[in-house]
Design a protein around this ligand. Structure first.
Ligand SMILES: [Zn+2]
Ligand SMILES: [Zn+2]
Length: 84
């Protein structure tokens, strides 16, 4: 099941489970769209994989399957991507 992480790894922006600004890679590294399209150029800085929009979990399912509250913040990966 998708973790639905609460923030962007690059800029630490809040990404609500119903945000259409959230993108993920196949390992669920999570970013906002601005970082993904900007500094990351569509690829995850951790694994090199493709970043795609995170699907919205229907609100009715969130009570039973809540989003992750564990924040991941790794701005150094994004800094490295910026200088590539
Ligand atoms: Zn971001
Ligand atoms: Zn990744």
């Amino acid at each position: 099941m998708l973790l639905l992480k609460p923030n962007c790894e690059c800029c630490d922006r809040e990404l609500a489970p119903d945000s259409r600004e959230a993108v993920i890679c196949s390992f669920e590294c999570t970013f906002c769209r601005a970082c993904a399209e900007g500094v990351l150029k569509g690829h995850c800085p951790n694994c090199g994989g493709e970043l795609v929009r995170r699907p919205i979990r229907p609100a009715a399912k969130l009570a039973k399957f809540p989003p992750s509250r564990e924040r991941v913040f790794k701005p150094e990966g994004c800094a490295a991507a910026a200088t590539r």
